[in-house]
Each structure stands twice: as structure tokens, then as C-alpha cells.
Design a protein around this ligand. Structure first.
Ligand SMILES: [Zn+2]
Length: 410
């Protein structure tokens, strides 16, 4: 006999995993449903307890009942994890270009509007798929569900991989926009995560601009007035970034990437954007893209003010500096080109990982060879890899030109 202890469903159910989970989660959201299936399978649960949880809405715990009907279930058969490379998902938007190819070495089909390359994503139907090795063809979501502890280490279980990493080519300005925080995004239909993000500038045409935060003194009414007049830009704090600069954009911050920039972006795995102003553009069919001013005004943090560049903080490893540390992610840069270490550290670089968590590694320059990578070729600039927690500390080979981003959960 299985017993469901959720508040919504206090009843005894026949011994059948599939119908039990379907019944118990009919009214829950899809992330909670998927999460429960995976957690129950991993733990061989017979008792499922549900409780409110800030990430998924529900969390699963339990123990096996001593029941004559209970049959042992087979162990999950997920192969041992290794450094994972995924197929990038290309996104075409009207502001894109071809620099994902010319600057980052992506192979692009014909067309001049390639805007984003999603390198690591687990968000609904948008799924990174493993490219090589015994797990080739597996989605990131399946890994989170079925190999959660090996992938996520101390952060297991999670309902989805909580971060999304992408490269962007802003051939034209992106819309002026804002993203909700977790609490606000949870009220969306369907519910989403909030979106706190950070950018590292990889290429900047002379004079290209980032708009980040509101100038001081612009409150809700003042912003609404300028949007109405078509003079939104007057409200925006603007800066001209250089290659290597990093900006941190917490949820609730008005922002836009300007034309001429290529950036790496780490963000929460969310796709909820409220557009405030789209530079009076129309799409290929002559229609303006939808704006969401009221929703935007409701989620903007009017206290936040102008955003300035992040100041990198040294760490106890000479080649590593911390660009961002927040409650959603930590962003470190490994730089073997710095004059004080050039040559020496590249010959004996420190290992990556080994702290019981998953690391997202993106190569920005030079190359990186990770010991257990099943592909024989090193990662090149513009390539990304997910290092599962179970891989432990991996020795790496780098060159004097190598610059990496190392992203992980706090
Ligand atoms: Zn954004």
C-alpha cells in the first residue's frame, strides 16, 4: 500500500507507481510533477510526503514501507557521468547578426539574424542535449531527474537545472526590458523562475552602449511618462563597455544590450521578459513586437538606480578572479593571460571542480582540455562544458591564451 501524505490528497492508493504519481500530482505544476517522479525513482519511495518548497512548490521525501506487496524496483541505469558537451541551440531574433560565427566559431546556416546560442539550458521544451559519449542524446532535464546527485552533488535534488548560459550577438539594439524576480515569476502562467543575469563582454564595436539601470530620480511615473513620449532612452543609465567588462543585472533592473556587442550571459533558467521599448522597430512582417509596460512597471525595482561595472575580486588562486557572487550563481574568471602568471601557471594549472557541485565552464579564449572529456579535441573559444559533481577535481590543460568562465551555484 502506498500512502500519500500531501494535504491535498490524504488517501491510500493501490500499489502502482505510475498511477500514484499521476494522481498525487494532477493539480501540481509540471516542474513539481517531474521532480517527484525522479526523486521517487531514485529513492525507491513508497511514502511520498509533500510540502511547500520555494523552488518547486513541492518537495518529495519518504521511506520504503515494510509491505508484502512491495517489490524491489530496478536500479536506475544512467551511465556514469563525465564532462558533458551539449549541442548549442541557436535563436534567431531581429536584432541578431553573424558574429556568433565570425567571433565565436559557431557554424551558422544562411541568414543574418542569429542572435543567441543557448549553450546550457533546461527550461521546458528548450533542452540541451548531450553531444558525445555514452550519454549522447540525453537531455539536461533527464540528467537532473535521473542522475541528480551525480550531476548536482550538494545541490541535489532540484526540479530543473537552475541556470541558463548563452552567447549573444547584438548586431542591433535589444529591446529595453526588465525581468521579474522569483516571487513575481512564480505568479506567471505558466510559472517561471525569476531572471537575474550577468554579462561578460567578449567583443565591442567602438561606441557600442549598454543600458543598465535607471538614472537617479526616475520613479514609476517619470518612466511611464518618458515611455509614452517615445523618449525612454532619457531614463536609462548608459555606459560604453570594453572587452572583459562584467555587468550584474539583478531581477527588476531595466536594461538593454546595445548594437555592436557580443557577450556571454549567465542567467537563471527563465524566459520571462517584459519589454518596455523596442526602438520603434517592426519585424519582417512589418509589425511591432509586443510591449508589456504595465507588467514591467510592476516588477521594476525603482530603488536600484544606475548599474556600474563589476569590480573583479581576487581569490586565493592566482589565476582566478570573482566577477559576481549572488544568491543565484557565482561567476569566476580564470585568466592565464595575465602578465604576472603568463607561462608559469599555464604549465601546471589548478584542477577544476572537486567541491561536490556542478561547474559550468565556458572557454572565451585559448583552449581547455579536461581530463575525462570523451572528445579527444580540447574545448575551443566559444565552447562550453558542464562538469558534473561526481567527476571530482579534474586536471586540465590550458595555453597562455586561455580565458575561462567558471559558473556554479552558491
Ligand atoms: Zn535580460
Amino acid at each position: 500500500m502506498l500512502v500519500c501524505k500531501s494535504n491535498a490528497h490524504r488517501s491510500e492508493l493501490p500499489f502502482c507507481d505510475a498511477s500514484f504519481h499521476r494522481t498525487a500530482f494532477d493539480r501540481a505544476d509540471s516542474r513539481a510533477r517531474a521532480f517527484s517522479r525522479a526523486a521517487a525513482r531514485r529513492a525507491h519511495h513508497d511514502v511520498i510526503e509533500l510540502a511547500a518548497h520555494p523552488l518547486a512548490g513541492y518537495i518529495v521525501g519518504g521511506r520504503a514501507l515494510d509491505d508484502n506487496n512491495a517489490k524491489p524496483r530496478p536500479e536506475p541505469t544512467m551511465p556514469t557521468l563525465y564532462p558533458l558537451r551539449f549541442e548549442p541551440l541557436l535563436r534567431r531574433y531581429l536584432w541578431g547578426g553573424r558574429r556568433l560565427e565570425s567571433r565565436l566559431g559557431k557554424t551558422l546556416p544562411p541568414g543574418d539574424d542569429y542572435a543567441e546560442s543557448w549553450e546550457v539550458v533546461d527550461h521546458g521544451d528548450d533542452q540541451s542535449v548531450v553531444r558525445a559519449g555514452p550519454l549522447a542524446g540525453t537531455t539536461l532535464h533527464a540528467l537532473v531527474q535521473e542522475a541528480g546527485s551525480a550531476l548536482l552533488g550538494r545541490h541535489d535534488p532540484l526540479p530543473q537545472f537552475p541556470l541558463l548560459f548563452k552567447f549573444l550577438d547584438a548586431h542591433r539594439n535589444l529591446s529595453v526590458q526588465v525581468h521579474p524576480n522569483d516571487q513575481q515569476a512564480a505568479l506567471q502562467i505558466p510559472p517561471d523562475l525569476g531572471k537575474t543575469e550577468a554579462w561578460v563582454v567578449l567583443h565591442a564595436e567602438p561606441g557600442s552602449t549598454i543600458f543598465a539601470g535607471l538614472k537617479r530620480g526616475f520613479d514609476r511615473n517619470a518612466l511611464a511618462r518618458e515611455v509614452d513620449r517615445g523618449t525612454t532612452e532619457l531614463c536609462l543609465h548608459a555606459l560604453q563597455p570594453r572587452v572583459g567588462d562584467c555587468l550584474f543585472i539583478p531581477a527588476g533592473t531595466v536594461h538593454a544590450l546595445g548594437a555592436g556587442l557580443v557577450v556571454a550571459e549567465i542567467q537563471q533558467a527563465s524566459d520571462t521578459t517584459f519589454r518596455i521599448f523596442d526602438w520603434n522597430r517592426v519585424d519582417a512582417d512589418g509589425r511591432p513586437r509586443q510591449l508589456h509596460l504595465d507588467q514591467a512597471l510592476d516588477v521594476i525595482n525603482f530603488e536600484h538606480g544606475p548599474v556600474s561595472l563589476q569590480q573583479p575580486v581576487p581569490t586565493d588562486r592566482t589565476c582566478v578572479e570573482r566577477l559576481v557572487e549572488c544568491d543565484k550563481f557565482i561567476l569566476d574568471r580564470w585568466d592565464f593571460t595575465r602578465s604576472e602568471i603568463v607561462g608559469s601557471l599555464a604549465k601546471t594549472p589548478p584542477g577544476i571542480g572537486g567541491d561536490d557541485r556542478c561547474h559550468l565552464i565556458a572557454v572565451l579564449a585559448g583552449t581547455l582540455k579536461i581530463a575525462d572529456d570523451p572528445l579527444d579535441a580540447p574545448l575551443e573559444a566559444g565552447e562550453t562544458c558542464l562538469l558534473p559533481a561526481a567527476c571530482g577535481e579534474q586536471s586540465v590543460q590550458v595555453t597562455d591564451q586561455t580565458v575561462l568562465l567558471d559558473i556554479f551555484l552558491p
